[in-house]
Design a binder for this molecule. Structure first.
Ligand code: UT7
Length: 332
């Protein structure tokens, strides 16, 4: 049987930085409030003509180069995004294959909000283990600034833009394989975090995003409580099922939604500070891009070494959630 190994990581962040100070001139908020309630100090904002696919392509190029594979070696491209280039089609994943000149890949998007990267990872693992694919490129890319209402202080302080990508490949060596992935969803919480209109479920004028309700809306406090409860339960379950102690986790890489959520989950698991990967301060919440951007951060700072075990954990609109036990296994 083939197993799936996490071979490489890459990420891209846009140049423009939007600080809390700047936001406090746009809405009734302050650096002090944002820092205390979220841990965020700044976030990146894509240029006007910079698309989600452009950011995904930059992240993918780095992940490919670090894997040693060529774009033509990739059998499948999955892009987890809630801010695709186009409303219905083509998918952002197919746009990315075009920009990378890929000729041999199947491509599709996954819509699982902040859990998009873990959902993509689970599909990559399944396709590889079934023998259907050998090399899968998974991408989390978001231009959330395009679907953020910058007059709503409850959301605009949270979100940012960016992309991350990873190459997942078949291996016969079980020691370097992804150990387990759990995913879940509960649509009864759909109204906690949504872009209410703009789809075929409602009458809308697609050209007027504000009137169409195409911006993200969130019941922040309720979402916060469900997030802490669900993430803690999910992570405890995946560790127990696989008989793994928290002390064996080298890097806990949670979705970077809010420092207080991350701290609450970390404390419930008795994780030490040095085990917890944090990028929320500089990038804010980049939804499906946040986990690969955070993995890239520890990779580029020399903290992520071959063989080390990562625990990924995410929660987002849908509601969706997921966790994964992933050794970092670059090609030798
Ligand atoms: O990524 C997907 C999942 N997303 C999440 O997990 C996000 C979850 N939610 C959160 O991160 C937090 O709920 C927020 C950061 C969005 C809000 O923090 P909170 O501690 O839950 O605040 P709250 O919504 O309970 O609001 C407390 C107060 C309210 O004022 P009153 O009613 O007490 O007078 C809000 O109007 O804070 C006010 N408030 C603000 N004040 C200054 C809300 N947003 C702001 C703001 N600046 N930006």
């Amino acid at each position: 049987m083939a197993y799936a190994a996490f071979r490489s990581i890459g990420a891209y962040v846009p140049e423009k930085i939007l600080t809390n100070e700047e936001l406090s001139k746009m809405v009734d908020t302050s650096d002090e409030w944002i820092t205390k309630r979220t841990g965020i100090k700044e976030r990146r904002i894509a240029a006007k003509d910079e698309k989600t696919s452009d950011m995904g392509v930059e992240a993918a190029k780095i992940a490919l180069q670090r894997s040693g594979l060529d774009a033509q070696d990739i059998d499948l491209v999955i892009c987890g995004t809630i801010s695709p280039d186009y409303f219905c089609m083509p998918s952002t994943a197919t746009v990315i294959t075009g920009k990378l000149g890929m000729k041999n890949a199947t491509a599709f998007d996954i819509s699982a909000a902040c859990t998009g990267f873990i959902y993509s990872l689970s599909v990559a693992k399944a396709f590889i283990e079934s023998g259907m694919n050998k090399n899968v490129l998974i991408i989390g890319a978001e231009k959330l600034s395009a679907i953020t209402d910058f007059t709503d202080r409850g959301t605009c302080i949270l979100f940012g833009d960016g992309a991350g990508a990873a190459v997942i490949s078949a291996t016969n060596n079980k020691d370097e394989a992804i150990i387990d992935i759990h995913t879940g969803a509960d649509g009864s919480y759909a109204d906690l975090l949504m872009t209410p209109n703009g789809g075929t479920g409602s009458a809308h004028d697609a050209l007027d995003k504000e009137a169409a309700g195409c911006y993200m809306q969130m019941k922040g406090n309720e979402t916060f409580k469900v997030a802490v409860r669900t993430l803690t339960k999910d992570v405890k379950e995946i560790l127990a099922v696989n008989n793994i102690e928290t002390s064996s986790i080298k890097h806990f890489v949670p979705h970077q939604a809010n420092l207080r959520i991350i701290k609450a989950v970390g404390e419930a698991l008795n994780l030490k500070d040095e085990q917890v990967v944090l990028t929320v301060e500089k990038y804010g919440n980049t939804s499906g891009a946040s986990i690969p951007m955070a993995i890239n951060d520890i990779y580029e700072s020399g903290k992520l070494q071959a063989g080390e075990l990562m625990l990924l954990d995410a929660f987002g609109g849908g509601l969706t959630w997921g966790s994964a036990l992933v050794p970092f296994s670059p090609f030798k």
